[in-house]
Design a protein. Structure first.
Lengths: 355, 227
């Protein structure tokens, strides 16, 4: 189990950096579970409330994406505030694409004041992927610089400019992303080391489907002793169809999907394979989709079980975007339910309410 | 060099509008070597406009002239008479050339014939690529002579994002990942340790973000500054 060095511990909040539920669960040595919630492309707060209801009690915290894939959505901070009202703890995602250092710091002061305690610092998808490809991007700072900025705001009481500020500092449990399989692959553990050096307290990785490849990444991470300085949550996500697996393997940089998993997904839909596209009825498609999804969830559970055995993996980050219903069977199937309740003293108590 | 591309003829015609006497001004420097606005392109543009004007049933007088550099007053002085005799000047210089003509001949209406695109170089015959963003605070010493400001799609300073694959940037397979290039170059020189240092947020004041830039060299000025 990872341990945070004493130097990294804040003096406040009972020795916790932020005292968030996610931090408490990790500090207590539990295998953590985080989820993901994508805000809607509208101002409808009920969408957030409905998704939150599907995740409540199943995850220790939920990431709220920040205009993911550069598509305009309800802001991560706005949606995060609703999530808090719904009794769920958000991990506010903050990208460097849309805001300069002034706006980022200002928004984070607001996010803390609204009750957010976890933050994930990201560079952000390039705007050409989204629905405003003609826009100007910002990238005033990068994700590593952002980590340092928010760490300094918390621990040094200073803004990026060096100006000291009075009053309440934003105390976030600070996260960063890692892409273990993106190129140049040999540099990835070192980039993670840079994020740790810049102040990251926890890491959520890109989707892992290839356990041996991830094990070799973790081997290097352990050699660098990073797993003793930062909590690493491996990213997992259920496949909805064989096509989704093939698409990610072929078109998404930094995601490795072994053929064996794609074949398993194909086999799950074998009963309908003999029929041509036109012969498939609505009912056929529905049944095939259900069979695929069931296999996708089964694979996801197996992946979590595999990842749990790897030294230095402190938890999993389940990305079931627009398929929040999948989180319950995954968390239960992986034996990660009920989620622990940890008081600020660090003592673990069973979650009676959830059970 | 400054790399530019020609605007389409239809746009040039719109820009020229009803002006009768049109002077196309080429430039003999950067835009000549990138085949966008040299004497050859000025002659072709001028001929195209003449023909198109004829087809449209009006007889515009379109002539052309090329100066060595549109961005220096002394070269512009050489064409003062032609410029003053024209209703409109179509500059085939970069954006600097267009503005130099506007500034030097305030009574003349000048329009751009090119889109100024970037600071770069020809990587092979017929291919130009961006190399410099003129940020005003060169980081090439840290990155093995490969600029992440100009060549990384996100101008990252601390290494590659997760979108680097097989040497290419995820936004377009035609674009090389600058950080893969930097990584390979530093690796070949046994200097990868340089990449482990945290690069602090960049001071963008030296770039466009600090407002329009100006350099004053007291040692070179002919008029002594007032004390």
């Amino acid at each position: 189990m990872a341990t945070i060095t004493t130097q990294q511990l804040g003096e406040q909040t009972n020795g916790y950096l932020a005292g968030s539920n996610l931090e408490r669960v990790l500090r207590a040595g539990h295998f953590a579970v985080t989820g993901e919630l994508g805000p809607p492309q509208s101002a409808d707060g009920d969408v957030i409330r409905e998704k939150a209801a599907l995740l409540r009690g199943l995850v220790d915290a939920v990431n709220i994406t920040d205009n993911q894939t550069a598509i305009v959505r309800m802001s991560s901070i706005g949606a995060g505030a609703i999530v808090i009202q719904e009794g769920l703890e958000p991990v506010i995602q903050m990208t460097c694409r849309d805001r300069n250092r002034l706006a980022i710091q200002s928004d984070l002061l607001g996010a803390y004041a609204l009750g957010a305690r976890n933050l994930l610092c990201l560079t952000g998808d390039h705007q050409t992927f989204g629905n405003h490809p003609d826009s100007k991007n910002v990238f005033d700072v990068d994700s590593i610089q952002l980590l340092k900025i928010v760490t300094d705001m918390r621990d040094e009481h200073i803004f990026q400019s060096g100006d000291a500020f009075k009053g309440q500092e934003p105390r976030f449990f600070i996260g960063a992303a890692a892409a273990p399989f993106a190129d140049p692959v040999d540099f990835r553990p070192y980039r993670l080391a840079k994020k740790v050096k810049a102040g990251a307290n926890f890491i959520q990785t890109q989707l892992v489907y290839d356990i041996p490849a991830f094990e070799s990444f973790m081997h290097k991470v352990r050699e660098l002793e990073l797993h003793r300085q930062v909590y690493i949550l491996a990213g997992v996500g259920p496949l909805k169809s064989p096509g989704m697996g093939r698409y990610m393997k072929k078109s998404v940089p930094g995601i490795l999907v072994p053929d064996e998993l794609i074949e398993r997904m194909e086999a799950a839909g074998a009963a309908w394979a003999a029929k041509s596209k036109d012969e498939l009825t609505k009912e056929d498609k529905k049944a095939r989709s259900a069979a695929w999804k069931e296999e996708g969830i089964r694979i996801c559970i197996e992946l979590i079980q595999g990842l749990r055995k790897i030294e230095g993996v402190a938890g999993v980050h389940i990305m079931a975007i627009e398929w929040e219903e999948a989180v319950k069977p995954i968390v239960e199937g992986a034996g990660l339910y009920p989620r622990p309740v940890v008081q600020t003293g660090g003592e673990a108590l069973p979650n009676k309410e959830a059970a | 060099m400054i790399v530019a591309e020609q605007k389409p003829l239809s746009e040039l015609k719109t820009l020229i509008g009803s002006a009768e006497k049109v002077l196309v001004v080429g430039c003999g420097t950067c835009v000549t070597v990138c085949f966008a606005g040299g004497s050859r392109e000025a002659a072709i543009t001028s001929a195209s406009l003449r023909m198109s004007s004829k087809l449209d049933g009006n007889g515009k007088q379109v002539t052309d002239v090329t100066v060595q550099r549109q961005c220096e007053w002394e070269y512009l002085d050489q064409i003062a008479e032609q410029v003053e005799g024209a209703d409109i000047v179509l500059s085939l210089g970069c954006g600097i050339g267009v503005q130099a003509i506007a500034e030097h001949f305030p009574q003349t209406w000048v329009v751009p014939g090119l889109n100024t695109t970037f600071l770069g170089l020809p990587t092979e015959q017929g291919v130009w690529a961006e190399r410099c963003a003129a940020c005003g605070d060169c980081v090439l010493g840290l990155t093995g002579g490969i600029c992440p400001i100009a060549r990384c799609s996100k101008s990252l300073l601390n290494g590659p994002c997760g979108g680097s694959e097989a040497g290419h940037c995820e936004i377009n397979p035609e674009i090389e990942c600058a950080w893969q290039l930097i990584y390979d170059r530093l690796s070949s020189k046994d200097k990868l340790h340089v990449l482990l240092d945290l690069q602090p947020p960049k001071n963008w004041r030296t770039s466009r973000d600090g407002g329009p830039r100006k350099i004053v060299r007291k040692d070179l000025r002919l008029v002594p500054e007032e004390e």
